[in-house]
Design a protein around this ligand. Structure first.
Ligand SMILES: *Cc1c(COP(=O)(O)O)cnc(C)c1O
Length: 434
């Protein structure tokens, strides 16, 4: 169940016109679909007081997209300085931003604290001493480690580089309190693209258990738990979308039970990226070459620079050919880009209708971790991004990269430093080598 029927119905009738106007390749995102998904999400969790979604900026870091998220009432999950700046540029402040870096630097702490601050989520117990200014509210990313290793859904967090260990978590809150923190949150993020509904529910249950432990050990009330992102989407035909209403109902029951036992419950935060925008984007590309050697290859005018997921994760992205064609002429092909990397393939041995040069292909579900993962290896440039707005107009929300962009980092004041210990001081044999 790739791209939604509604998106298809909105896009296909106008696609030729968009292609003629803007030219391929481009990612195009469906504002109406994104808003609908966001509103359904809010409605599903509406019985939980203080519920908030923090959109994971890395999924689709475009200011226009962040404005839509802000309009829905969402906050922003950031983990780098540019992501903080992006969120603040559209007016997010303080508790609108949750900053969850890993291996955090002093510079990042300073940026997190600047410009109205944010909710700071620490990834390790050692960072309590390193954060220059302990904020009033502090959160910790929790790594359950072996506590969860029996859980087939969550996998083995003991191998993950993230978070505070289960054995350290009480000490972490104690130490943060000693440094002046007064309000506390608890965060985790353990999986990615998970289509098993039980995962989110189990994660919420686990964090509520930890909250009780913290309450009993330190008399500290956790004010919010953030169960992270990782909600999956059906990339492959036949996969079922998550039933968010059912998930929310189960989580809401957990919170009611917690409240009944402990007097009050924390707020719930989720930081979904993929679930919000993933299915509402497609990469539109044109077939420029075909070759028939040991396999048949369909060459398109974009590459893994625009969409890395198939190459680096072996991820499936559905592909459709635009325009009517006879159903009986299917061929098994590899759809490829132009990078000097044999894994620059959007599809491998995929059955597609017979294709001509000049045909347009839709590569589905590129709305999250698509353009944003792109890169410039091999001098490949990233495509533009378009927004199909609710009113039917089509807005350019990022121009394509140019050769000048590629050369931008070579534009600098020439500089050479001469180390005090120069070649002249080196033994003769090393000098010859250098
Ligand atoms: C990437 C990330 C997310 C979003 O993940 P999705 O799979 O897009 O939902 C949320 N939180 C953190 C800390 C992340 O690193």
């Amino acid at each position: 169940m790739p791209m939604s029927q509604v998106f298809e119905n909105r896009l296909l009738p106008v696609l030729d016109e968009i292609i003629n106007y803007y030219g391929t390749p481009f990612h195009i995102y469906d504002e109406a679909g994104i808003r609908q998904t966001g509103q359904n999400f809010i409605a599903a969790f509406s019985r939980l007081n203080g519920f908030r979604e923090y959109f994971a900026v890395k999924a689709l870091p475009n200011p226009r997209m962040l404005q839509i998220m802000q309009d829905l009432g969402f906050g922003f999950d950031c983990s780098s300085i540019p992501e903080l700046i992006l969120s603040r540029q559209i007016g997010a402040r303080g508790e609108d931003i949750m900053f969850s870096s890993n291996n955090t630097t002093l510079e990042e702490f300073e940026a997190a604290d600047a410009d109205g601050g944010c909710l700071l989520n620490l990834d390790d117990i050692s960072l309590i001493a390193k954060v220059p200014q302990m904020p009033e509210t502090i959160s910790f990313r929790y790594n359950p480690g072996p506590r969860c290793s029996g859980n087939s859904i969550i996998g083995d967090p003991a191998e993950s580089k993230y978070g505070v260990a289960d054995t350290q978590i009480i000490d972490a809150y104690k130490a943060a309190g000693a440094r002046g923190a007064r309000r506390f949150g608890l965060h985790t993020m353990l999986v990615s693209n998970e289509l098993n509904a039980a995962y989110m529910v189990q994660t919420a249950a686990m964090l509520l258990e930890v909250a009780v432990q913290v309450l009993k050990a330190l008399d500290i009330r956790i004010e919010f738990i953030n169960i992270g992102g990782g909600l999956g989407i059906p990339y492959e035909p036949g996969q079922k979308p998550l039933d968010i209403v059912a998930i929310a109902a189960e989580i809401t029951d957990l919170f009611s039970a917690y409240k009944a036992q402990n007097g009050c419950a924390p707020r719930l935060f989720i930081e979904s990226g993929r679930y919000m925008t993933g299915p509402h984007g497609v990469l539109v590309t044109t077939v420029v070459n075909q070759k028939d050697i040991y396999r048949k290859y369909i060459g398109v005018n974009t590459s893994m620079a625009a969409l890395m997921r198939p190459a680096i994760y072996g991820a499936y992205h559905h592909i459709t050919v635009i325009g009517k064609r006879p159903k009986q002429h299917f061929e098994k092909v590899d759809v490829v880009g132009s990078l000097c990397e044999n894994n620059d393939k959007f599809a491998i041995q995929r059955l597609l209708p017979e294709i001509q040069d000049g045909d347009h292909l839709l590569i589905h579900d590129t709305g999250a971790h698509g353009h944003s993962m792109g890169f410039n290896y091999n001098g490949r440039l990233r495509p533009k991004e378009l927004l199909l707005r609710t009113n039917g107009s089509v807005e350019l929300i990022r121009r394509k990269e140019t050769v000048a962009d590629y050369f931008a980092t070579l534009n600098f004041t020439p500089q050479v430093m001469v180390p005090a210990k120069t070649c002249a001081d080196m033994p003769r044999n090393l000098r010859a080598a250098s």
